[in-house]
Design a protein around this ligand. Structure first.
Ligand code: GTP
Ligand code: MG
Length: 891
């Protein structure tokens, strides 16, 4: 038989010999085969099968009482009934024979135990024995093809034997060791067992009382390193450009001449023979089942198919479940199977630590943002930890603190994350606040979220590409895009300087687009109106004092001219002073002025409204007060809007006063805090849109959000602007009347208000959160500009010094636009140039009179148009290129 086999082999050059039997045969290759000759009277070294599942669990081991040994890998306790063993790796057995000292043998025993604990039970042929032990291949490279066809059909390795004679591999190995020691040092007795076996614990048994299913742990092999590029690991010939085959375990490379000799029949795919039974190098997992050029050259298709199939399917090449740790728990084989066979499994799963949000299906590497959305509700791993993805946003999704990109995504989705909310997000993207039984919306319904997810490398569910039920299969289909885009919310941020009119415009928008004021808002505004009324009255009463004094001085002067003489005149004058009020009203006036002077008006009203309402009525009937009221234009402290309320002072001061929408509009301030306000709205369906084409007039589905914020609530250096980074349009509001007014900053320094606006505008326009955002400049209070520009030159403001409009001397010249119009254009151009110089982009400008509904309506529709143009640009580029190119441009 050997001679027949030898005829296949190449001529021997080796000097090493076969250990097994025939000393005379000096062949390069040897075969393990069953001995069927006459009985022998000496011990034959045995290759003994070991089943890792049947080795008792070892705890810490002690030798010679004092010498402590490393702890042996825990392995599962044997099941005496089962007697199925695998032949263990030959390396271990053969090298055991080389151990010479008792220490060596003992340590080898431990190695064996260690190896056994992870042995595949596959028989291979060790190169450690020298070249003579290589598996047979073909003697001639030219014959490789033919031989390979034969080899691939013959599996040399997977030899599993049943042995009822062998009680356990441990015992056999110990016996082998004993024999070695006896041979080396006769009389030296074997030490008592070197391992302690612990009792079965609860963790060793399944809940049903049965032994847990043993986990097979295949051994690892070190990766071959240090090979120069292009060097064959076997023949050591260097051919940099020749194809090589790489062992998927140790990464040794072989040239086409050596590959079959080095890898044999490849029962587990492309592995060196010595690597059979070993786990693959995980970095090569991606290449499993993918044939190489070299194999194609030397093997027939059928053979390659067979090898690739084995490579993919053999057990030892599978991902070791215990190396995949999900939510801090290594997986069992069942868990790994359920993970890999779920409808949407993790892609390219490798050993590592992962987190898994069972509720939403989010999946990621520990310490990183989610990388994928896999099937939800899989029973793998423990409870997800808050720190799983190393988020630092204070915002939680399903008990995990999310990462910054996720927070960004939530903001883009229009989800408010102020106040560190804890969200509950389900697999379909429905989200709600933890503990609230109210679904606030669906995350995956929004096209923008999809784009942002791509941009931020966040996962988007693969099967929710059609969340709203629309046909979005063809992403370049403009119609579908429009439908989807209409589903989303566009955000307008309305921001402006002190008294620029932002709250007026915000309230006007509420009235315009039928967004009701809530009870709270109404209540707040009512108090604001009543408080303001008292302040207006206070200003009039203050003026009255001045008028009274002026009047008496004037009267005295007159009397003195008419009848110079005694002091009775002064008493008479006082009695006749038309600005004098009764003592009771005087007391009220003094008190009110004192409250105003001390800045306590907010503390006193609205609480004091009930008490003082009758006095207001009384005051209103008072002639002296009315005389003062008539001269209110002289009172510069009195805001213009006070006329609107003072005319109805008695009604407003009453307890049961309910502000009308107009009252609310004219009232200063939205809420008592006058900070950030937000509302959602849609444009009315049947309105006549100046900016919209007829077929686009009805736009009922598109939702908008208007957020109003004033300068004071932006913090120093506008640091809070970043909270609004997800807005689509910034509406910057400037009062056209500011050009001759003064602005006092926090340090008491006064500057021209228009210059203060310019500074704020520069800050907002250049804020990183608004890079690439659309901007509309709202030039407000156009009605007041019309009045003012006739009296005050625009060039009073140093920024507008070059405003020198040609004024037609002909009053009937209609071709010349009004001065206010030209001033508006001039200011608009100033801001446009400024914006362009700062950002390189275009600024849109709208003239507005906040108190007039139509002008505010036009400004918002203009904003909608700007967004629409933007959207069309997006659609255009989608049609032109691909969806990827848009994502890139969005970045
Ligand atoms: N005549 C006229 N008055 C306006 C116009 N817009 C706003 N006002 C008035 O200007 C004053 C300031 O307007 P607000 O809307 O309160 O200004 P703001 O931007 O909220 O400023 P702060 O309240 O300081 O944050 C109010 O009395 C408004 O009634 C307008 O277009 N025309
Ligand atoms: Mg205001």
């Amino acid at each position: 038989m050997t001679s027949v086999l030898r005829s296949f082999l190449p001529g021997s050059t080796s000097t090493s010999r076969n250990n097994d039997c025939d000393e005379d045969y000096s062949v390069e290759y040897s075969f393990a085969m069953e001995y069927s000759g006459p009985p022998v009277n000496h011990d034959i070294p045995q290759v003994l099968p070991i089943d890792v599942r049947r080795i008792p669990t070892a705890a810490a081991a002690k030798v010679l009482n004092n010498l402590s040994l490393p702890i042996i890998q825990p392995i599962v306790k044997s099941k005496p009934s089962e007697k199925k063993f695998s032949i263990k790796s030959p390396d271990s057995v053969i090298q055991l024979g080389k151990a010479r000292s008792s220490e060596e043998i003992l340590s080898r025993k431990l190695e064996i135990a260690d190896e056994n604990s992870s042995s595949s039970g596959t028989l291979g042929f060790s190169e450690g024995l020298g070249d003579s032990n290589q598996l047979s291949g073909s003697s001639d490279v030219e014959d490789i093809d033919d031989k390979c066809k034969a080899i691939v059909d013959h599996d040399y390795s997977k030899s599993t034997v049943d042995s009822s004679e062998i009680s356990s591999s441990e015992e056999v190995e110990l016996r082998a060791c004993e024999n070695e020691i006896e041979a080396e040092a006769p009389g030296l007795h074997i030490m008592p067992p070197v391992v302690d076996f612990h009792e079965l614990t609860q963790s060793d048994v399944n809940s049903d009382g049965s032994d847990p299913e043993p986990q097979i742990v295949f051994p690892e092999r070190p990766v071959v390193s240090g090979d120069a590029k292009g060097l064959c690991h076997r023949c050591h010939r260097k051919s940099r450009f020749a194809d090589k085959e790489v062992c998927i375990v140790c990464r040794a490379k072989y040239c086409s001449k050596c590959v079959i000799r080095a890898m044999g029949s490849m029962p587990e795919g492309r592995k060196c023979i010595t690597c059979i039974g070993y786990r693959i190098d995980e970095s090569r997992r991606g290449s499993l089942g993918k044939t190489s050029r070299l194999l194609k050259k030397i093997l027939v298709d059928e053979a390659i198919k067979h090898i690739m199939k084995s490579e993919l399917s053999c057990e030892v090449n599978q991902l070791p479940p215990h190396l995949v740790c999900v939510n801090e728990k290594p997986l069992t084989i069942e868990e790994l199977v359920s993970l890999q066979s779920c409808p949407n499994p993790p892609k390219k799963l490798r050993p590592g630590r992962f987190w898994y949000d069972k509720v939403s299906g989010f999946w990621g590497k520990v310490g990183e943002k989610p990388s994928q959305i896999i099937t939800s509700q899989l029973t793998v791993g423990l409870q997800i930890r808050k720190e799983a993805s190393n988020g630092n946003t204070n915002v939680l999704i399903n008990s995990r603190e999310i990462t910054k990109p996720e927070l960004r995504m939530l903001k883009v989705a229009g989800i408010h994350c102020e106040g560190n909310p804890h969200f509950w997000v389900t697999a379909d993207g429905s989200y709600q606040l933890e503990g609230m039984n109210y679904v606030m919306g669906k995350l995956w319904d929004k096209t923008r979220v999809k784009i942002v997810c791509k941009v931020l490398s966040l996962p988007f569910p693969s099967d929710v590409s059609n969340p709203g039920g629309e046909d979005v299969a063809n992403k370049t289909d403009e119609v579908n895009l429009k439908i989807l885009d209409r589903k989303r919310i566009a955000k307008f941020l309305l921001v402006g300087g002190d008294r620029s009119g932002t709250s007026t415009i915000f309230k006007q928008a509420k009235i315009l687009y039928d967004v009701p004021f809530s009870e709270d808002e109404r209540e707040n505004i009512k108090f604001v109106i009543q408080r303001n009324l008292y302040s207006y009255i206070g200003i009039i009463l203050e003026g009255r004092e001045q008028f009274e004094e002026d009047y008496s001085v004037e009267m005295r002067r007159q009397r003195h001219i008419d009848q110079p003489g005694p002091s009775e005149i002064s008493e008479e004058v006082d009695e006749q002073n038309i600005y004098s009020i009764s003592p009771s009203l005087k007391a009220f006036s003094d008190w009110l002025l004192q409250v105003m002077g001390s800045g306590n008006l907010e503390a006193v009203f609205p609480a004091a409204t009930r008490e003082y309402a009758p006095l207001i009525e009384q005051l209103w009937k008072n002639e002296a007060f009315q005389a003062s009221y008539k001269r209110r234009n002289e009172l510069h402290k009195l805001p213009r809007v006070s006329n609107y309320f003072l005319d109805r002072a008695v009604e407003i001061s009453k307890i049961n006063y309910e502000p009308s929408e107009m009252d609310i509009l004219y009232a200063e301030g939205i809420t008592s805090s006058n900070g950030v306000a937000s509302m959602e709205f849609s444009f009315p369906v049947l309105s006549q849109d100046a900016y919209m084409e007829s077929n686009d007039q009805s736009d009922p589905i598109l939702r908008y959000q208007l957020i109003r914020v004033n300068e004071n609530s932006l913090g120093g250096n506008c640091k809070w602007l970043e909270m609004f980074e997800d807005v689509n349009l910034v509406m910057f509001c400037v009062s056209l009347t500011d050009f001759d007014e003064l602005h006092e900053d926090a340090t008491g320094i006064c500057t021209n208000k228009m210059l203060a606006n310019k500074k704020l505008f520069e800050r907002v326009a250049t804020h990183p959160s608004f890079a690439q955002k659309n901007f509309i400049l709202i030039l407000n209070k156009f009605d007041l500009l019309e009045e003012k520009i006739e009296q005050v030159p625009l060039s009073l403001c140093e920024w507008f010094q070059d405003f020198s409009p040609l004024i037609s001397l002909n009053p009937h010249n209609t071709t010349n636009p009004p001065l206010a119009q030209r001033a508006f254009h001039y200011i608009a151009v100033k801001f446009k140039r400024l914006f362009n110089s700062l950002t390189g982009r275009k600024l849109f400008v709208a003239p507005v009179t906040g108190l007039e509904a139509d002008s505010v309506d036009l400004a918002f529709k203009y904003g909608r148009e700007v967004l629409k143009w933007d959207m069309e640009k997006l659609t255009f580029s989608m049609n032109e290129d691909s969806i990827e190119s848009i994502e890139a441009s969005t970045t």
